[in-house]
Design a protein around this ligand. Structure first.
Ligand SMILES: Nc1ncnc2c1ncn2[C@@H]1O[C@H](COP(=O)(O)OP(=O)(O)OP(=O)(O)O)[C@@H](O)[C@H]1O
Ligand SMILES: [Mg+2]
Length: 238
């Protein structure tokens, strides 16, 4: 991976996410568990990157660091040129809302809101459009993931795969610079997974959304620009 780009303002414009020498360890009593041990990566506008690695290798931990959802032990993570560590909690939250979409390994929908409201949430948080516009965009994207008949269902009234699709719709609705996904289509049938992969590819092309996707699905990995392997706490290009 190109080491020089972080300090090169000419090239920086295109980098939506960069992390350098990222280390994450957990203290387990007297023991220290080092999960990430010097991860370096740069993701550019519209780039599609798969992260693969065995269970417990630290993929979810890495995505949480990249999203600024957890603190790093050492190293730097910057989003669209801004070092996350220099921001207050509320500034970090704002940057996340403006620039990132996130699909968790286990969906995190708001239980008291409908599918439509959950999918519209990033637009409502950004206050970048009216409520009716947000609902319209959320509906459009829910149609694309095949949920036009479930708009007013709450998460508890949806199947696991349907919930996952609402989470995917929510991550994509505001067309962020970067979407981080943790096993997004692992428990969906082939046909639905294929539709969602296509949607991701279209967005990457149309609005230059970059994708970092943790996946065990070789079909999905094949459709990304790069495949990075997380092993022994480091990312290695395949
Ligand atoms: N809060 C925590 N405290 C202590 N150890 C943790 C914590 N979170 C994760 N770990 C450990 O860190 C390692 C990496 O976990 P992580 O969830 O990142 O793996 P993963 O690659 O996403 O695995 P999977 O493919 O099963 O989802 C695991 O050994 C896990 O036990
Ligand atoms: Mg995981």
């Amino acid at each position: 991976m190109s080491e020089h780009c972080l300090n090169d303002p000419g090239l920086n414009d295109d980098v939506v996410l960069a992390c350098r020498d990222l280390v994450k360890s957990y203290e387990e009593g007297p023991e220290k568990l080092v999960v990430l041990n010097g991860v370096n990566v740069e993701i550019r506008k519209g780039e599609r990157v798969a992260i693969v690695g065995s269970s417990g290798s630290g993929k979810t931990t890495l995505l949480n660091m990249l999203a600024g959802l957890d603190t790093v032990s050492s190293g730097v993570v910057s989003i669209c040129g801004t070092d996350m560590a220099t921001l207050s909690d509320s500034q970090r939250g704002d940057l996340r809302n403006q620039s990132l979409g996130f699909v968790y390994q286990f969906h995190h929908l708001l239980p008291e809101f409908t599918a439509l409201e959950n999918a519209a949430m990033p637009l409502l948080l950004r206050k970048s459009c009216s409520v009716s516009e947000a609902r319209k965009k959320a509906e459009e994207i829910l149609v694309l993931v095949g949920l036009e008949h479930r708009l007013s269902h709450k998460p508890g009234e949806l199947s696991g795969g349907e919930r996952q699709r609402v989470a995917i719709a929510r991550a994509l609705v505001a067309q962020p610079s970067l979407v981080l996904m943790d096993e997004p289509t692992g428990n969906l049938d082939n046909h639905t997974a294929e539709r969602i992969h296509q949607l991701m590819l279209d967005l990457a092309e149309k609005v230059d959304t970059a994708f970092v996707v943790v996946t065990h699905d070789p079909e999905l990995a094949r459709r990304m620009n790069r495949v990075l392997h997380l092993t022994e706490g480091q990312l290695v290009e395949e």
